[in-house]
Design a binder for this molecule. Structure first.
Ligand code: EPS
Length: 390
């Protein structure tokens, strides 16, 4: 368990999303429209997003924990208004109502609908999926952007791009390539590195849309300048790779996580996988980074490389077979406005979720009530690791 805790609340078509971030040190300069809102806007982009993103203009309002543009060390509370609530306020009432709520009773295969019904028995599946919706990730991104702001001050650099959509793959060769190409993929409608395949990917998303279908894909996140020693080898629940994977697996529609060489490592000889250790000017250097920056559950100073694989979105305009839970009869699944492809949004979400985890682990390892204390301690760790001195 790291030192940062956060909670989100809110339904996709409720009045607002709410977040509370606890454990940030005092002394961080933080202004929502400079540090959070540009990242929220990035999450809304991408070819294949639905009409909802034309309605929303996500912006965070900080309501506590910051004074005069600087964190105080108190919990930071945030609000994001759902503009679409205007259209839903009658059907998403907090108070008892006489308005007909038009219950949804036919679960969508792949969504939370059926498992949530089995768990809660709600007669209206909307009571499940309004909260399960990936709309919640808007607040996770807002909270993560605060962690990112702190990590940037401490010299961390991160980027996350889309390496595959619908089976069309374009992976970076090196970590530096990803970080250097940030402006390129941010400008891409599919957040990919290779502009030459962009058209092919866009055509595939359009084909899915025309067929009432959806597409998933893969994103790759890299983070550079991480001090060694985050996480721990001593307990299962303190291992950095375990903690990162849990955080990423908790993002809606993510079905697999890989670190470094990931699945490829399982198919290769050890001599092809493990990263040789060398020395240059008194400093440890590695021959490769197949470990993805983590060995023995600890950061080893190399860039962290982590991939998340997303299933296709489960609301299909050409629905699969399902069962009406009210009548017990087989029929077509419920249709709800949704996205065709949200993999570019996932890239933004993963980068911020990784930042939250790293910030939390950083504070666990180095402590620090104030940002200046934390900065000093991180600097000592970064410079202390010289070898060959005797
Ligand atoms: C989302 C907003 C939602 C969905 C999407 C995420 O908007 P609406 O339901 O009003 O169209 O587009 O939710 C899902 C993919 C899901 O599985 O529920 C957003 O802002 O990210």
């Amino acid at each position: 368990m790291g030192q940062i805790r956060y909670l989100t609340a809110g339904e996709s078509h409720g009045e607002m999303l709410i977040g509370i971030l606890e454990g940030m040190p005092a002394g961080l300069s933080l202004v929502a429209d400079r540090d959070i809102d540009p990242i929220l806007r990035e999450r809304q982009k991408g070819h294949g997003r639905g009409r909802r993103q034309k309605i929303e203009h996500d912006a965070a309002r900080i309501v506590s924990g910051v004074r005069n543009g600087v964190t105080t060390g108190a919990p930071i509370a945030l609000l994001i208004q759902n503009k679409d609530w205007e259209h839903w306020r009658e059907r998403m009432p907090i108070l008892p109502t006489d308005v007909e709520l038009l219950p949804v009773t036919i679960p969508r295969p792949g969504h939370s609908d059926l498992a949530g019904w089995m768990k809660y028995g709600h007669a209206d599946l909307r009571n499940i999926f309004e909260r399960a919706s990936a709309r919640e990730t808007a607040m996770r991104v807002a909270v993560g952007a605060i962690a990112s702001t702190m990590l940037k001050v401490l010299g961390f650099e991160s980027a996350c791009y889309v390496s595959a959509i619908g089976g069309i793959v374009a992976e970076a060769e090196t970590t530096d390539e990803v970080l250097d190409a940030r402006e390129i993929f941010r400008a891409s409608p599919v957040r990919m590195l290779n502009r030459s395949i962009e058209e092919k990917v866009i055509a595939k998303i359009d084909e899915a849309k025309a067929n009432g279908d959806t597409l998933g894909g893969t994103v790759e996140c890299v983070v550079r300048n991480i001090p060694p020693g985050l996480g721990s080898h001593v307990h299962w629940d303190r291992k950095l790779d375990g903690v990162l994977s849990q955080a990423i697996m908790s993002i809606q529609a993510v079905k697999a996580v890989e670190i470094g060489a990931g699945m490829h490592a399982a198919r290769s000889f050890g001599s092809q996988v493990h990263d040789s250790i060398g020395i240059r000017e008194g400093r440890i250097v590695r021959g490769s980074n197949n470990a993805g920056g983590i060995e023995g559950g600890m950061s080893n100073g190399e860039p962290i490389v982590i991939r998340a694989h997303m299933k296709p979105i489960s609301t299909l305009m050409q629905p699969l077979q399902s069962v009406d839970l009210a009548t017990g009869k087989e029929t077509e699944a419920h249709i709800e406005r949704s996205d065709v492809c949200a993999v570019p949004a996932l890239a933004v979400i993963v980068e911020q979720v990784v930042a939250l985890t790293l910030a939390s682990e950083l504070l666990e390892t180095f402590g620090g009530d104030t940002l200046s204390e934390l900065k000093e301690r991180v600097a000592i760790r970064r410079t202390a690791l010289r070898v060959g001195t005797k």
